[in-house]
Design a protein around this ligand. Structure first.
Ligand SMILES: [Zn+2]
Length: 489
């Protein structure tokens, strides 16, 4: 039996790597899921982790945030972060608390935005643990935060910034270069050159839409020998024009019947893009007259300031027409809600309103409290404006949940739920395929990551059909060689 079982395992990830097989890549997150991105590159004694994301969604994934790492954090030379979303950088404070003491490379804007989202995440961890302990609904006694706000501030001290297009040696035999990925402000694709004449590894990071209303489109793929591409929407096409119309219609009908529109939104970029859409609707007289709009998220408001500053200085990430135009977020009835009392008041607005609140997948944050109040009322609408990962409340709503569990209690879903994933800031399958195809040579392998299984497999299939290239959906924990063909020739 044992022999048969062993004989059945022919996968390369169980091979014993001898010291001459020096270049490897291990998939430690973003496999079979859109969260927890972590890719470990080893070259001789050098070790670099690309992205250090937090797992979100189903419990089985979230528990990985608490599991021991399969490598010694002290052995890492450096971490590279593609962008400031929590599923790409949110594990950094934990990694550093676990002993990593080296630099974290990112673009300057990613470092600035990380300075907003990481302390917020730490604070939220503490708040949720405290709330669960007070109300007694945690499975753990006592509930502990994964890390604290203080851990997050400590992690921020490790950031070193690198502008797009500049090459820097970040470890022996590892040169780093960042290019634009067009997903959020500061977001980057990552290129690692492993030694002089060695292979070039390209990581897409999260890829934006070519039609992002504020940001310039992604740079082409870097001519890599090995390419990792995200696949959040690997099995879907977006219809941007239809989404703006659907948003306008939902707002008009909801406000008309005396209801409120609640939009859970990622604080960084999603909120800005939504405000931009609302501003356009306002300009074309498609918003109900005088409807109050609230942004209820201190983190989103801080990110909005970073966007406004980038637009004002004509940051290279910003589209030329936006940088040269007026305020793209101009809305006369916009109220910024920072304090908790103001947020609580939005549970019972005095007149029909539009409320944008974090977190985007309703996995935590102020929006959970609003949902608890808005869902039972049939006149209200909940607009889902981005990707909803499996296991999150947002996904349950998108899938038609009739009851939703929040803070240990079930709430009836009577409000309309309108799923508008086409408002996403992620590339769709055609755009992902275009980006892969922009690699000016056939890579040894394209690894399709950062997607739920169907999305990743679907994109891998498209890559094989379109280019006849090797396309693989790696498994969690799988390790591959980065010089396979060269060394077996
Ligand atoms: Zn992202």
């Amino acid at each position: 039996m044992a022999l048969a079982a062993r004989g059945a395992r022919v996968d390369d990830d169980v091979m014993e790597l001898n010291p001459s097989q020096k270049r490897t890549l291990q998939f430690l997150g973003g496999t079979g899921t859109v969260t927890g991105s972590k890719f470990l590159v080893s070259v001789g004694d050098s070790r670099v982790l690309v992205d250090c994301g937090l797992y979100q969604g189903v419990r089985e994934l979230r528990e990985r945030n608490w599991a021991a790492l399969p490598f010694d954090p002290r052995s890492l030379d450096a971490v590279v972060v593609t962008h400031a979303h929590i599923d790409h950088c949110g594990f950094l404070p934990k990694l550093i608390a676990a002993g990593f003491d080296g630099p974290v490379y990112s673009t300057p804007t990613t470092a600035e935005l990380a300075g907003i989202v990481l302390p917020d995440c730490g604070h939220l961890n503490e708040e949720e643990a405290e709330y669960a302990n007070r109300k007694g609904f945690s499975r753990h006694d006592p509930a502990l935060p994964l890390y604290t706000e203080e851990d997050a501030w400590a992690a921020l001290q490790h950031f070193k910034t690198l502008s797009h297009g500049v090459t820097m040696e970040i470890a022996p035999d590892v040169d780093l270069r960042l290019s634009r990925s067009g997903h959020i402000l500061g977001s980057a694709s990552v290129q690692l050159r492993l030694g002089a004449g060695g292979p070039l590894i390209g990581f897409s990071g999260d890829l934006g839409r070519t039609g992002h209303p504020l940001l310039v489109p992604p740079d082409p793929a870097p001519g890599a020998d090995y390419l990792l591409v995200e696949s959040t929407y690997g099995d879907r096409r977006h219809d941007q024009a239809g989404a703006a119309d659907a948003l306008a219609t939902t707002i008009a009908t909801t406000i008309d019947r005396g209801g409120n529109v609640l939009i859970p939104a990622f604080a960084v970029d999603r909120t800005e893009v939504l405000l931009h859409h609302l501003s356009e609707l306002h300009r074309s007289n498609r918003l109900p007259a005088g409807v109050p709009i609230y942004v209820d998220s201190p983190m989103a408001l801080s990110a909005l300031t970073v966007y406004r500053e980038a637009i004002a200085r004509g940051d290279a990430d910003i589209r030329a027409d936006v940088a040269g135009g007026g305020d793209p977020f101009d809305l006369p009835n916009l109220t910024e809600v920072r304090d908790v009392e103001g947020s609580k008041a939005l549970n019972h607005p005095s007149r029909p309103s539009i409320v944008i609140s974090a977190a985007g997948m309703a996995s935590g944050g102020r929006v959970v409290h609003h949902l608890a109040h808005y869902l039972p009322e049939p006149r209200n609408s909940i607009v889902l404006a981005g990707y909803q990962a499996v296991g999150t409340r947002g996904r349950q709503l998108a899938d038609g949940a009739t009851e939703l569990k929040m803070m240990g209690q079930y709430v009836r879903v009577r409000a309309s739920v309108v799923d508008l994933p086409t408002l996403s800031v992620h590339a769709d399958s055609a755009e992902l395929l275009d980006w892969v195809g922009s690699n000016d040579r056939e890579p040894e392998c394209v690894y399709v990551v950062h997607g739920e299984p169907h999305a990743s497999e679907s994109l891998a299939g498209e890559i094989r059909r379109s280019f006849d290239w090797t396309a693989v959906v790696p498994r969690f924990g799988e390790r591959v060689r980065l010089d396979a063909r060269c060394s077996t020739r």
